[in-house]
Each structure stands twice: as C-alpha cells, then as structure tokens.
Design a protein. Structure first.
Length: 76
C-alpha cells in the first residue's frame, strides 16, 4: 500500500526525492501519511481536492482486496 501511494505521488510532483510515505497501524486501520515539498502540495491536492480524493479512492479500492481499512493523510 505504501509503495502504491509513493509511486503515484512521485509521478505528480516536481521534486520526487522529497516524497515521504509512512505507514501506521491504529485502531484496526492502516494510516498512510504522505509528505511532499511545500511547493508540490497543490499538485498532490489538486483543485478542490480532486487529486487527493482520487489517490484515496485508488488506495481504498486496493485495500478492499485485502479486507483492510486505509486512511490517506497528506501532511505539510
């Protein structure tokens, strides 16, 4: 799951070397935290959050196969 978010984020940003993805387990859920350079935040979030929602949708679809609940957080 972590690798999936990392590949998507690196494809979107101008500074792929600054992309950082971490996973945390909490309350029977997997939390994926995505950090990018401040100049790339707009590219990852998109207009009205459309790209962020698309990333979350892809990850949730992948998580459904594994019967897990996944939350994607985009941090500054």
């Amino acid at each position: 799951m972590k690798e999936l978010v990392e590949v998507i984020a690196k494809a979107l940003v101008d500074s792929p070397e600054e992309v950082s993805v971490t996973e945390k387990e909490k309350n029977n859920s997997l939390i994926i935290e995505l950090k990018v350079a401040s100049s790339d935040m707009g590219k990852v979030i998109g207009k009205q959050g459309k790209i962020a929602n698309a990333i979350r949708s892809v990850v949730k679809a992948f998580a459904t196969k594994e019967d897990k609940k996944v939350i994607v957080e985009i941090l500054q």
